[in-house]
Each structure stands twice: as structure tokens, then as C-alpha cells.
Design a binder for this molecule. Structure first.
Ligand code: ZN
Length: 164
């Protein structure tokens, strides 16, 4: 059952409902209705501005990001929905932290709400490395609908693998 893989950890009733939507060929319509709005964040520079705008609004005191880009090699679920790295670079005698946010290329064409959700997820990692309670609180602070959108994202990915 495809839904079980994308929705691991969700209640069995929800998984069964999602699987039924898929089997009935109604998943794509369901997603279009829930997430009709598209976005125009198509390039790495547009993504950089988009991420920094959200960061300025919600995490004003977080350190600056060194790079933000779309990454075609990123597999979303395997990387717990995105990736965030802190690389320590040696520069002369100083140690410098490099903060990078990479977003899977599939989000270039995804609904606006899903791009926002994934960026919120990555920004929250600037404060919290793990997927713990404070992490999800911060996600919800930046995007009140965070949990619903994470669920929608899983449905979206499921539909990409096996479209109706
Ligand atoms: Zn994460």
C-alpha cells in the first residue's frame, strides 16, 4: 500500500482514506482543490529572496544564510522533507559556520503552500536541529497550518509517484 509508506506514523484511518482517494483516481483533484494557489519562485535567486523574507519576518535574530538553492538531487522523504546543513569552514585561524538551505527542485512546480511549508521547516532548523517539540512549535508559529500542510505534502509526493 503506497499510502503507508508516505504516511508512516499517521493514524490508520487517515492512511486508509488516502489510499482510497488514490485508488479511486481522485487524489490529484483533491490536491488541486486543497492547494489551488501557485507560486513564481522559479530561480535560486528568487528562492533566496523568498526564504530571507520569511526569515526576517519570523527569525530576525538568526544568523544570515550563506546560500539558498534548489537541488535536483534531493529526495524529499529520505531527507526528512528537506535539508539543512551547517558546514564548518576553516578560514585562516577562524572557524566560520556556513548555513545553507537546499530545497528539492520538485517544489519549483509545487503549490505555493507546499513551498512555504518546506521553507518554514528548513528555517526552523536554524534554531532546532532535531524534529522535536520546540521545532514543531516554531514551524507552527511561522505557518499556523503547518501540520495539515505536511500531511498534504505527503499526499502530493504520493501522487507524483503514482498519479491518478
Ligand atoms: Zn527536518
Amino acid at each position: 500500500m503506497l499510502a503507508a509508506r508516505y504516511l508512516a506514523g499517521y493514524p490508520p484511518e487517515l492512511i486508509a482514506q488516502a489510499e482510497q482517494l488514490r485508488l479511486d483516481g481522485r487524489l490529484a483533484d483533491h490536491l488541486d482543490r486543497r492547494l489551488p494557489e501557485r507560486h513564481e519562485v522559479r530561480s535560486d535567486s528568487a528562492l533566496f529572496s523568498y526564504v530571507n523574507e520569511l526569515k526576517t519576518r519570523h527569525l530576525r535574530n538568526a544568523e544570515p544564510l550563506n546560500s539558498v538553492n534548489y537541488d535536483a538531487k534531493l529526495r524529499v522523504l529520505q531527507h526528512a522533507l528537506g535539508t539543512h546543513t551547517r558546514r564548518t569552514q576553516v578560514q585562516g585561524a577562524k572557524l566560520k559556520m556556513r548555513r545553507e538551505i537546499r530545497v528539492a527542485t520538485l517544489f519549483k512546480d509545487a503549490p505555493a503552500a507546499l513551498l512555504r511549508m518546506i521553507v518554514v521547516h528548513e528555517l526552523a532548523h536554524l534554531r532546532e536541529l532535531d524534529h522535536n517539540k520546540p521545532f514543531y512549535k516554531l514551524c507552527q508559529h511561522m505557518e499556523p497550518d503547518y501540520f495539515q500542510l505536511e500531511f498534504d505534502l505527503r499526499l502530493y509526493l504520493m501522487n507524483q509517484e503514482n498519479p491518478a
